[in-house]
Design a binder for this molecule. Structure first.
Ligand SMILES: O=C(O)C(=O)C[C@H](O)[C@H](O)COP(=O)(O)O
Length: 300
């Protein structure tokens, strides 16, 4: 079985104290692939699909991804562009980001429809986020949508985290329209209520789930910043009890790692509520570490 995650990996700068910065690699879809890889059994392949450059930093990124046991066959090269970069600012452990990514190589990942189709040909599960669609131009986004719809027609599963990032869009309307279009192609949707409420005006956590169900998803798990989540699955919508919270060192990657844990459990047959607990256990460990990715070997 094969999971292919599509998106942008950037150079990540996170705080190391005083004026020192620690450099790593991260990006929402890579983060989810990372935790899914750590948790899925060996008969699952996890690949990352993106575009990088021909520069030394791109080489290090490629080695980093491959070194984690994530397949790099779906990584294409752009002749002149280089990777994007982001910096994590922390206030009481809560993250905010500054980005340098406007011209990154990853923005070209869906430029060639034939290549894209080939790279997804043997994927059983495809994972994309709102950031994946937000970095593409109109043509790239149309190529990606066509590839997702082709995969779905062949019975493959599409998983989508809307991960709303208004800075990637000309305006809120464009973001909401593209998010809705992508959700129409998804089987499983993993939104975060606070962002969705802000941009779609959802009055409750249940309303977020209902909106995505109405677009055709068969499973929606609405994350809620550690408070009660809502799970829509098997024809029912239920509120799950709030889970234990920890004081974070750095919340970067909480949602992405949750998704990795949730998916690894779901894809290997765990009931959805058990998968939610798995996702939460992983996210609680990740927020105790600086940056989005914690070492696979340290995951309990
Ligand atoms: O913002 C982006 O474009 C990134 O991909 C950088 C970060 O690694 C993720 O955004 C972290 O995501 P959270 O799980 O929501 O903290």
């Amino acid at each position: 079985m094969k999971l292919v995650s599509i998106g942008e990996c950037m150079v990540e700068l996170s705080g190391a104290g005083a004026d020192l910065w620690r450099s790593g690699f991260a990006g929402d879809t890579l983060n989810t692939a990372w935790y899914a890889r750590a948790l899925l059994p060996a008969d699952w392949t996890v690949d990352y699909l993106t575009a990088i450059g021909n520069d030394p930093l791109s080489e290090r990124m490629l080695r980093f991804i491959a070194g984690a046991g994530i397949g790099t066959g779906g990584i294409r090269r752009h002749p002149s562009r280089v990777p994007g970069l982001y910096m994590i600012e922390l206030q009481d452990g809560e993250r905010s980001f500054t980005y340098w990514r406007d011209n990154s190589a990853a923005r070209t990942l869906a430029d060639d429809p034939a290549w894209l189709k080939g790279a997804l040909a043997d994927a059983d599960v495809i994972y994309v986020s709102g950031i994946t669609i937000g970095i593409l131009d109109d043509a790239g986004r149309a190529n990606l949508w066509a590839a997702l719809s082709g995969a779905r027609a062949k019975g493959r599963q599409v998983v989508f985290d809307p991960n709303l990032r208004p800075r990637l869009w000309p305006d809120g309307d464009a973001m909401c329209r593209a998010t809705t279009e992508t959700a129409r192609l998804a089987d499983i949707v993993l939104p975060s209520h606070d962002d969705e409420a802000q941009w779609f005006g959802d009055a409750s956590v249940e309303a977020t789930a209902e909106r995505y169900l109405a677009l055709g998803a068969s499973e929606v798990l609405v994350k809620n910043g550690g408070a009660e989540m809502v799970l829509a699955e098997g024809g029912t919508i239920r509120r799950l009890p709030a889970m234990e919270r920890v004081k974070p060192v750095d919340t970067t990657g909480a949602g992405d790692s949750f998704n990795g844990g949730y998916l690894a459990a779901r894809l290997t047959g765990a009931p959805a509520e058990q998968a939610v607990r798995r996702g939460h256990e992983i996210a609680m460990q990740v927020v105790g570490h600086p940056g989005a990715l914690m070492p696979m070997a340290d995951l309990a």
